[in-house]
Every structure is written in structure tokens, then in C-alpha cells.
Design a protein around this ligand. Structure first.
Ligand code: COA
Length: 163
């Protein structure tokens, strides 16, 4: 049975195989360590039971951004599910968790950036009610041809305040 739990520092050394996916955003170890310190409780891992501490099936790195003059929102920095565990609903479960936490923190919406060519991600997010908000031209410079990014966004419904 899959178990979901908060990401720990030692997980960072056990998700290498997931990071090699060509559609996964690759960040440095320093980025991930800082991320876990700055946004505790917003990153989660799906784990398969087994000997030697289980097997990492997928993860989400989330951020909560509430700077001045900006609507507070949850931001998905990275989401990857290991190829052998795809189409089982793991990404959906990780995204649903992050949406719920962002809601509890008072976010107005949850957003993320994805490669324009990433059909699986586009299907996943639109199936979950995310809408294409904006296109950022040549956002990903690391390919031979730079690639555009789509910002995908889903608003969190709030009851109307009655005066
Ligand atoms: C995109 C990704 C996270 C999806 O993970 P997943 O656990 O397989 O997704 P789910 O099982 O929750 O899929 C939910 C729905 O998303 C859509 N979907 C997921 N993968 C799809 C694919 N390869 N093609 C078409 N639709 C897809 C389907 O609508 C699916 O529902 P269904 O299986 O009932 O048809 C995974 O393919 C992945 O890690 N890709 C590489 C990294 C990446 O692209 N991350 C996102 C960057 S923004």
C-alpha cells in the first residue's frame, strides 16, 4: 500500500532516479535543502512499502508565497512520479494534498509552470480544474530550442463576505 508523508532531508538522497526524468525540473541539492527549511509541511513524498526503507514513488515540492502586493498563493515547484508508478493517481493525490494545505493557509489560488510540450502534465492539471493562465515565452532555456512555459492556475473558492 502506498503511504504519503512529509518529505525529509534524507529523502533528497533517494529521489535521484526520479530527478532524471527529462520533463522534471532539476534543481540543486542546496535549492531543495533551503526549500524544506523555508516551507516546512509543504513537500510530500509517496512511498511504496518494502525492505530498506521503502521505495520513493513520487513527490511534490510546494511553496506558500505571500509577499506584499501579491495575492497569497500556493506554488508547485516540482512534481514527479516515477515511471513505473504512473497512471495510478499518485500525482492527483499529491496535488490534492497541496491544494488542501494551501487552502488552510489562506491562499487565493495554487499555480505552477509547465513545459508547453508536456501533454501528460497538461492533461493532469486540466482534469483537476487548473486553467492555462498565461504563456511565458522561452522560459526554459536549457533545451537546444528554448521552450515556452504555461502558467496553470486553480482558484480556491471562498464564501462571499456579506456586509
Ligand atoms: C505528469 C505526471 C506527474 C503525472 O503523474 P501520474 O501519477 O501518472 O498522474 P495521475 O495518475 O494522477 O493521472 C491523473 C490524470 O492525469 C492525466 N494523465 C496523466 N498522465 C498522462 C499521460 N501520460 N497522458 C495523458 N494523460 C495523462 C489523465 O487524465 C489521468 O487520469 P487517468 O489515468 O484516469 O486517465 C507524471 O507523468 C510525471 O512525473 N511526469 C514527468 C515529470 C513531470 O512532467 N512533472 C510535471 C511538471 S509540471
Amino acid at each position: 500500500m502506498t503511504s504519503f508523508r512529509e518529505m525529509r532531508f534524507d529523502d533528497l538522497f533517494k529521489i535521484n532516479s526520479l530527478l532524471f526524468d527529462s520533463l522534471t525540473e532539476v534543481y540543486s541539492l542546496t535549492f531543495f535543502v533551503k526549500h524544506l527549511l523555508e516551507f516546512p509541511g509543504l513537500s510530500r513524498i509517496a512511498e511504496a512499502p518494502g525492505p530498506n526503507d521503502g521505495r520513493r514513488m513520487g513527490y511534490i515540492f510546494g511553496q506558500y508565497l505571500a509577499k506584499q502586493n501579491k495575492e497569497p498563493h500556493g506554488h508547485v515547484a516540482a512534481l514527479t512520479v516515477s515511471p513505473e508508478y504512473r497512471r495510478l493517481g499518485l500525482a492527483t493525490a499529491l496535488m490534492e494534498y497541496f491544494f488542501m494545505v494551501s487552502d488552510h493557509k489562506g491562499a487565493s489560488f495554487v499555480n505552477l509552470f509547465m513545459r508547453a510540450s508536456n501533454i501528460a502534465a497538461y492533461q493532469l492539471y486540466t482534469a483537476m480544474g487548473y486553467a492555462h493562465r498565461q504563456t511565458y515565452l522561452d522560459y526554459y532555456p536549457d533545451h537546444l530550442e528554448p521552450e515556452n512555459a504555461y502558467e496553470m492556475r486553480k482558484y480556491i473558492p471562498r464564501p462571499m463576505e456579506v456586509q
